[in-house]
Ligand binder design. Sequence first.
Ligand SMILES: Nc1ncnc2c1ncn2[C@@H]1O[C@H](COP(=O)(O)OP(=O)(O)OP(=O)(O)O)[C@@H](O)[C@H]1O
Length: 231
Amino acid sequence: MLKVDAIDLHYGAAQALRRVSMEARPGEVTCVLGRNGVGKTSLMRAIIGQQRASAGSIAWEGAALDGLSPHQRARRGVAIAPQGREIFPLLTVRENLETGYAPLKRTERSIPDDIFSLFPVLREMMRRRGGDLSGGQQQQLAIARALVTRPRLILLDEPTEGIQPSIIKDIGRAIRYLRERGDMAIVLVEQYFDFARELADRFYILDRGEVALSGDATGLDAPEVKRLLTV
Ligand SMILES: Nc1ncnc2c1ncn2[C@@H]1O[C@H](COP(=O)(O)OP(=O)(O)OP(=O)(O)O)[C@@H](O)[C@H]1O
C-alpha cells in the first residue's frame, strides 16, 4: 500500500502542498482530482522522488521512500506516466520502451506482451520515432514505458489531457485491465471528472494544495466534487 502522511511541499517560498495525506491499494484505482494548479503534479513528483517533501513522510509496501532517489524508487516498483508524456522524440518507439529497462535486472529486461494487447498501435509503430506519433499515441507509449518497468505502483498524470475520445476509451480499458490484474496500485490524476468517476475506487480532491474531500467512490458527492472542480 502507498501511504502519504501529511506532506508539505515548497517551491522556494511558495507552498504547493499542505499536510496532504492519501493512500492507494493494489487492485484499486485511486483518483486525485482538482483544478489547474492545485498541486496534483507536485504530489506525484513527491511520490516518485523528483521533488522533496519539506515535511511528512511517504511509505510504500511498509517501507519509507523518504530520502530515496527516483531511480531507487523505480527499483521498488514505482513508475509514472508523467503529465506531458515526456517521450524522447528522436528515439524510436522500441527505444523509448527500452528506457523502462533501467531499474530492472538484466534477466527481466523484456517488453511484456500485454502492452501490445492494450495498445496494438505501438507494435505497428515500433520503428517510428517518438516525435512522429500523435499526442494520443505518445500517451499510450508513456503508459507502456511505465509498464515495462513492471511497476507495482503506477501513477498516471492526466492521461486524457488533449487526447481524442477513441484513445481515451483505450486508456480507460487499459486501466480497467490493470486493476483487474490486481497486482498494481493505480493512481490516476484527472481533471476530467466523468472519466475518473467511471474508474475510481477511491478519490482525493485537492484544492489549493490541501485535500478538500476524500472517500470511497460509492459515496461520492457529485455536486460537491463538481463545485471543487469548477473554476
Ligand atoms: N517547478 C516549479 N517551480 C515553482 N512553482 C511551481 C513549480 N511547479 C509547480 N509550481 C506551482 O505549484 C502549484 C501547484 O502546481 P502543480 O503543477 O502541482 O498543480 P496541478 O494541480 O498539477 O496543475 P495542472 O493541472 O495545471 O498540472 C502551482 O501554483 C504552480 O504554479
